[in-house]
Design a protein around this ligand. Sequence first.
Ligand SMILES: [Ca+2]
Ligand SMILES: [Ca+2]
Length: 351
Amino acid sequence: MRYKHIAFLIAVSLGISVAPPVLADSPKSCKALKEKDNSTLSGVYTIDPDGNGGNEPFEVYCDMESDNVGLTFYLVTNGLTTFKVTDNDSCQELGLKIFAPRTEEDYDRARQYLLSIGAQGSFGPLGVYNPTDGPGTSYTPMNSDHAGTQFGWTSTAGDKWWISDRSDISEPSGDYIHGEWLGILYNEAGNVRWYNDAPGGYSYSSYLCMSEDNYAAVSDDGDCQHASYNLKDRTLSIPFVELPLLDVWSGQPTGEVELFSGVLKQKYKTTEHFRLLSKTVSLITDGSSSSCPATYSFDTGVLSIPYINVPTTAAMGGNKFDSSEVEVFKATLTWEQQERVFVVKEIEKLP
Ligand SMILES: [Ca+2]
Ligand SMILES: [Ca+2]
């Protein structure tokens, strides 16, 4: 409970040494601790994310009040500098991940924690980035529930993320290089004051860490991550594609599959031809998954995408704009070897 935590902080600030609760065998995370004993209260605990050996066990703050059972919080100050998602960071070194709230509640629990230790400006990058260059999404709430920001913006939490529902910020403007952290500034209460994308990015050496198992803890429709179409860039981002593993010698499917993510770009505004942006294709190695991945068959060349979020368009003075509404489609595309493009074969709007 919070009182216990405050008592602990007061004791520490008075110079009284208090031993935080230590278990004989350190759990890997706060979630593991909570699963072992559901009555475990919020507080400072010793965990060992990489198990026996490797890093020494260390103290973290466990928030046991969230719906996302057992949030692990660890604040890094003056750690490794990171300005893009592929940089190493001090969370990774500890077997943790840079904090990325999946929900408004996650954000708020972290905010409460940082307020309680007087570090509300130390949220750090919050794990939000975009795998493609320059998707300007000004004046749209930055969270994955909102259509205007789904297109490309993502986070280290994977399927869902939430940093703000404000729609009065004229950023991110699109002057952005893929993979860099979105720059975020906070007010005294730990709420978002401003964010900005900038070429060259924002670097951070103080940031909050969370444990890996906090990312897939809430099982709702977040398990089914949709592909999304960006009207402005004419890109179709596919977060999960299941590809059959082929035997190296025979070229025949082994029966196993691998998960990839990738982006297709529509060749011309009016055609149904999409080329694969090969630089965007990456093997998913962090264990994340979706209950509704796209699938591809090498036999038939058919790429089948069960859910695609498409923004409805609003026309104004001959120009078209993304509106905040989304319609969901399913589609199949086939690979045309000669032209080296995917061609849309069937597309159907889902109810
Ligand atoms: Ca260890
Ligand atoms: Ca900007």
